[in-house]
Design a protein around this ligand. Sequence first.
Ligand SMILES: C[S@@+](CC[C@H](N)C(=O)[O-])C[C@H]1O[C@@H](n2cnc3c(N)ncnc32)[C@H](O)[C@@H]1O
Length: 200
Amino acid sequence: MPMQEKPFSQACENNKIPILTVLKRIFAQAKHVLEIGSGTGQHASYFAQHLPHLRWTPSDRPDNHPGIDAWQRAYSGSNLAAVKTFDIRYDPWPEPGADAVFSANTAHIMPWPVTQLMLEKTADHLPKQGLFALYGPFNYQGKYTSESNAHFDQWLKQSNSEQGIRDFEAIDTLANNKHLSLLEDNPMPANNRLLVWQKR
Ligand SMILES: C[S@@+](CC[C@H](N)C(=O)[O-])C[C@H]1O[C@@H](n2cnc3c(N)ncnc32)[C@H](O)[C@@H]1O
């Protein structure tokens, strides 16, 4: 069977530089990042290349592994680990040594109870001072931040009624209850945010 080509996401191409700018600063002291829901594997390869002081472990459900493997094979450095199987609902925490966690565009795709589980498991496994960076669109005070996010939310819910843009306040309350303190809320292009919490 031929090996899969590297999958390409235009959204990842568009957001990788603004995200990296924040990650360079917040992960300056981090040693090992676990990425949840790596998708194409494109972010993992790019961020590992541009954050050479740390190890980056991509993870996802098995159906995304062939694409992530393709990016891993094409990677010339040594700080990008092989993809780990991690479905938040069933699998044990895949990288106990990670002192930081990154996830992009997952909270609105996972059903809300699974998004909650992502927060809870991340909080349970991060060491004190460990960081969780979560990228994506969020609502504030029950309102969309843009017309395009309102359309996106409608489209998400039509595709799957359990999907949808999450409320920042609900996520932050959950995080705070699990000893994660909000450090930063960074505006990102296309009405996205990059939220950063630190374990107390
Ligand atoms: C919209 S994609 C985002 C992919 C990539 N992070 C990006 O920014 O392009 C959503 C990702 O969440 C992952 N995902 C959904 N449910 C999950 C679960 N229960 N456990 C782990 N990952 C999950 C999907 O497999 C997919 O890779």
